[in-house]
Design a protein around this ligand. Sequence first.
Ligand code: GDP
Length: 365
Amino acid sequence: ALKAGIVGLPNVGKSTLFNAITQAGAESANYPFCTIDPNVGVVEVPDERLDKLTELVVPNRTVPTAFEFVDIAGLVRGASKGEGLGNKFLAHIREVDAIVHVVRCFEDENITHVDGKINPISDIQTINLELILADLDSVEKKIERSRKNMKGGNKQYAQEVEVLERVKEALYNDMPARSIELSDDEKAIVRDLHLLTLKPVLYAANVSEDGVTEADSNPFVQQVREFAAAENAEVVPISAKVEAEIAELEGEDKAMFLEELGLDASGLDRLIQAAYRLLGLYTYFTAGVQEVRAWTIRKGTKAPGAAGVIHSDFERGFIRAEVVSYNDLVAAGSMNVAKERGQLRLEGKEYVVQDGDVMHFRFNV
Ligand code: GDP
């Protein structure tokens, strides 16, 4: 399953946020493929389209799609030099698909900041520097190997060295590897290194509980937004403490509490949606009377691969898929009307599934 890792300096609110995530917890019976680990929280992805399909089909149950958040605590200054449990944590980051970087934007005299004062940009740079140093180490080692191989006169290694030197240059200038423009070939060369700074990042600006509704006028949040804009990264203001409280409530109580706070959705929902987008994923739906359900695929997945997300038998025995796009189905108001309008298509093995496709698979067992 795809994973987003939560990182940040000590005392910025990572555990508080992670606890809110596990509290809000997904119904694990629905997601047997997810990891069972105290450092992993499974979250359901809120999706309005799923609510709409539920209204249309009125199924016995509705199941959102899910992904995992991994709590990567313990990243401190000097981690790349093995400080703290440094290298171990960097190894954990290597395994995630995207990074949620929690940044402290709340003031509280009772909670020490590791550097003595609140300074979100300096916090971000501290963590980023560790990731950059770790990447520099990987890139330099690889350059050394490629140079040795180059002596045999192989052009492939010369290209490798050229690309890696560009990455190294960027890292030396404190720029993450994701900031470099790379062709597909070049990306393939770099991908092998599993660089930490190549992973997409979103900043979770942790604001104080009394500042959630005016988060955007918080000067710390503004600083983070400016910094993130230069990196093409997204920012989600959130109050970890409020989220921990919201996560303990359900249904009506939750709605009332949100209303009191002047919020229309929990920050956690917004964070989950932003992280899901960051992972670069598509959602397709199945919509039967038993179950309306959202499924996650990577962009570019063909129909049999999408069927395989439900069950490997569906992929193995794939014959065809009946497909209607979400917008067509909702505009039609029912599957039958969509069919009459000729919007229900039969697609084969080569069909590339689109975000929002509503699919029904035909397969041999
Ligand atoms: P971590 O070290 O990053 O995991 O940080 P924790 O989640 O353990 O939080 C450190 C301290 O900050 C705890 O005492 C939290 O209760 C507190 N904290 C976290 N978020 C907020 C917040 O939004 N406002 C305030 N006042 N305190 C917070």
